[in-house]
Design a protein around this ligand. Structure first.
Ligand code: KIV
Ligand code: NA
Length: 277
């Protein structure tokens, strides 16, 4: 499969072919989602919740992100690899943002980075892009601003808020973003933004009008059963499947059905006789 680039995504928007994006957090999940043919793999800071067990994404560090991003890159996926800048890796100062974005490419083999925020992030996006690093924006519900937003809520539901989202999207495009994630935004607002932008929009809880869709892998495969957002579609129940498999293994061990002869190593009869003598 040919490597997906930021140009591939631009061409998809022009041709009105939906872009597919999914998260992955380690080597085996990266191999699997790339084999499935996804266009973009996001090493999302959602790993804090679905892999590391944090209550939200705020505690996730650059070191944790790089640890997972490196494992994903070792699968050498054809998909475009995007590293998610974690909380406080880019908000406090622009030079620090550029350095942290650079680490995703230089140390972890990512192709691009993603950061959350609207017009206030435009100067940061410009500086990272100037360093040669493609940036994906992320507006609407932005989980790193959970406390300011006052919970998991749909954004842009009033005319004023919807206009503000559109202006944020235009500011990010002007700053040089190659795509923008729209999270938990009413369908008509996402549709209007998608129509106004030259760069692709990738929706999560933003309806079918976006240029692409993204989901958290563990929601899609049912590996994270603590809570599943309404916008996530569950295509498998791997949590139950793991419980079933491990229960079967425990039963087999307890009833001595496992290990069987096919899992067991034998010994040369002569060596065995000498050993037993
Ligand atoms: O961290 C993540 O998985 C994300 C996606 C939900 C867009 O930011
Ligand atoms: Na994220």
């Amino acid at each position: 499969r040919k490597k997906v680039t930021v140009h591939t995504l631009q061409a998809r928007k022009a041709a009105r072919q939906p872009i597919t994006m999914i998260t992955a957090y380690d080597y085996p999940t990266a191999l699997a989602v790339d084999r499935a043919g996804v266009d973009v793999i996001l090493v999302g800071d959602s790993l804090g919740m679905v892999v590391l067990g944090y209550p939200n994404t705020l505690p996730v560090t650059m070191e944790e992100m790089l640890h997972h991003a490196k494992a994903v890159a070792r699968a050498h996926p054809s998909a475009l690899l995007v590293g998610d800048l974690p909380f406080m890796a880019y908000q406090a100062d622009i030079a620090e943002a550029v350095r942290n974005a650079g680490r995703f490419l230089k140390e972890a083999g990512m192709d691009a980075v993603k950061l959350e925020g609207g017009r206030e992030m435009a100067p940061t996006v410009e500086a990272i892009v100037r360093a040669g690093i493609p940036v994906m924006g992320h507006i609407g519900f932005t989980p790193q601003s959970l406390h300011r937003l006052g919970g998991y809520r749909v954004q842009g539901r009033t005319a004023v808020d919807a206009r503000r989202l559109l202006e944020d999207a235009l500011a990010l495009e002007a700053a040089g973003c190659f795509a923008i994630v729209l999270e938990m935004v009413p369908e008509p607002v996402a549709a209007a933004i998608t129509e106004r932008l030259r760069i692709p929009t990738i929706g999560i809880g933003a309806g079918a009008a976006c240029d692409g869709q993204v989901l958290v892998l563990h929601d899609l495969i049912g590996l994270f059963d603590r809570f599943t957002p309404r916008f996530a579609k569950k295509y498998a129940d791997l949590h139950q499947e793991i419980v079933r498999a491990v229960q079967a293994y425990c039963e087999d061990v307890r009833s001595r059905r496992f290990p069987g002869p096919e899992h067991t190593f034998s010994m040369d009869p002569e060596e065995l006789a000498a050993f037993q003598a």
